[in-house]
Design a protein around this ligand. Structure first.
Ligand SMILES: CC(=O)N[C@H](C=O)[C@@H](O)[C@H](O)[C@H](O)COP(=O)(O)O
Length: 226
């Protein structure tokens, strides 16, 4: 059975939770062995896949879990706002470190490497692709190019203001157009994640609400101010 067919089966059997194990950069939690422990804990509790940033973290996680890993590389570029897996050598390094799925910034913003070149490189390694999109048009563009997973990851992050709520409309529109949608971005509660599924998501990626202790603490800390 292909990895895609297996994942479809896992989502049917166990539900569509993907956990992004990305600590706050520079946090005491920002260590490969802790990221690996987070990933193990997530899959032991029902996550069907994990999303991991960076080669050191990926290399730490890979030997410890058999569930699919969505690999990304984040970079801060001087001449482009694109951060997630901008380069072909990022794809090569993620493939070598054991990613099953490689996610990349699929926005229409100025970028160092064209979207179709990134997709071709992911295919060269025989891996599945995920398009981190900010708009429906961007998601559909990658869908037309055969990208298996269309993420709402970047909705709200290419505009001046980031809303508090996740973009459920984008989930509905992309799933209505036949995309395998991964709802991602600001799904901070089980209720919101369930709403994504009700809006047609194939799966939901949750990051901060599960794996960023500082964010979760701030939410509670603000809630208990006198
Ligand atoms: C915009 C961007 O760079 N998003 C990143 C993508 O990998 C991560 O920082 C997010 O944590 C991830 O998408 C999950 O989202 P949330 O943490 O809201 O559950």
């Amino acid at each position: 059975m292909s990895l895609l067919a297996k994942l479809d089966q896992s989502v049917r059997d166990f539900g569509g939770l993907i956990v992004s194990c990305q600590p706050v950069p520079g946090s005491p939690m920002d260590r490969p062995e802790i990221v690996a422990a987070m990933a193990q804990a997530a899959v032991s509790a029902g996550a069907v896949a994990v999303r991991i940033e960076g080669i050191a973290n990926l290399e730490a996680v890979r030997p410890l879990i058999s569930e699919p890993i969505i690999g990304i590389m984040k970079r801060d570029l001087e001449d482009s706002p694109v951060r997630i897996t901008p380069f072909l050598h990022d794809v090569d390094a993620l493939a070598k470190a054991g990613a099953d799925i490689i996610a990349f910034d699929a926005t229409f913003r100025p970028r160092p490497v064209a979207i179709d070149e990134l997709i071709a490189r992911i295919r060269y390694h025989g891996l599945l692709a995920m398009a981190d999109s900010a708009t429906v048009e961007e998601g559909l563009n990658s869908h037309r190019q055969g990208v298996e997973f269309i993420g709402t990851t970047l909705s709200g992050y290419t505009t001046a203001v980031t809303p508090d709520e996740p973009d459920l409309m984008m989930v509905s529109e992309l799933s209505g157009a036949g995309c395998r949608v991964i709802a991602e971005g600001r799904y901070h509660s089980p209720e919101l994640a369930a709403q994504a599924m009700a809006h047609g998501a194939w799966a939901v990626t949750v990051g901060s609400a599960i794996t960023r202790i500082e964010h979760i603490c701030q939410w509670f800390s603000h809630a208990v101010q006198r």
